[in-house]
Write a protein that binds this ligand. Structure first.
Ligand SMILES: [Zn+2]
Length: 257
């Protein structure tokens, strides 16, 4: 299972080439869904691995003591090495489809979004609930892109959630006045994983896994450092680490469109 996830992660890191991502809008066809799926694959987070080895546990403790080594990575970069991100001069609108969510989903959303907003400086604006659950063909129309969708689903509906994957997240780039920027995004959280955390009374993990996925939406990729929230595994990090924050700062520093 783990090997499979790693393989997915590698596929995600290879990602869509910018040329492809920057291609002007097209009608619904095989290309755009492919792009979005690639974007989503960048957003894998795993729950506690019950079989965590002693070595890995020590590694985790060491990293948590040091609270991260300051590493960060971006999902997409331009040939100049600049990351692709959102326009920080505008709020990032989002909607929530609470079908399949834990009962206290509003608290999960509030805490997860607040963590991402505080660490990044981006303004997230809640546009209410939605019944949308189109997860594979959210076509970016840069004249009026849809809001970021946060939803819950099972692996029967979203196969990327199979195994221990607790959530996926990613964004779709579009060309806005000559600049490539993210224009919409998607987070899908695993219903069963969230039910388990809810029944343990563990709301903080639910919020931080959402925050991790929003990190992908903002443009951060995974890092190896277990002290950063953008590690592919959620192992009890208590928030965004120093590397996460530095990466988010760079994403926020990008010029407005
Ligand atoms: Zn992830």
């Amino acid at each position: 299972m783990r090997r499979q996830l790693r393989a997915l992660d590698r596929a995600a890191t290879a990602g869509p080439s910018l040329q492809r991502a920057a291609r002007p809008r097209r009608r619904v066809g095989p290309v755009l869904p492919g792009l979005l799926i690639s974007g989503i694959l960048a957003g894998l987070v795993m729950l506690h691995d019950p079989g965590m080895t002693g070595y890995r546990f020590r590694q985790l403790v060491d990293h948590l003591k040091g609270n991260g080594d300051g590493s960060y990575a971006f999902v997409v970069t331009t040939p100049d090495g600049d990351p692709v991100g959102w326009d920080h001069c505008k709020p990032i609108h989002y909607v929530v489809n609470p079908a399949g969510a834990p009962e206290a989903w509003e608290e999960v959303i509030r805490g997860g979004v607040a963590a991402a907003a505080d660490a990044s400086g981006f303004d997230f604006q809640y546009d209410g609930t939605s019944i949308e659950r189109t997860f594979d063909q959210r076509v970016p129309d840069s004249s009026k892109p849809p809001p970021v969708l946060i939803a819950w689903a099972g692996s029967d509906e979203v196969p990327d959630l199979k195994g221990t994957t607790a959530g996926i997240g990613g964004s779709t780039p579009g060309r806005v006045r000559g600049r490539v920027q993210f224009v919409t995004g998607l987070v899908v959280l695993d219903t069963n994983a969230y039910d388990r955390m809810e029944s343990r009374g563990d709301q903080r993990s639910q919020q931080l896994i959402l925050a991790h996925e929003l990190g992908h939406v903002l443009g951060l990729d995974h890092v190896d450092d277990l002290g950063e929230l953008m590690n592919a595994e959620y192992v009890g990090q208590d928030g965004f680490g120093p590397g996460d924050r530095e990466g988010l700062e760079r994403l926020h520093d990008l010029p407005c469109s």
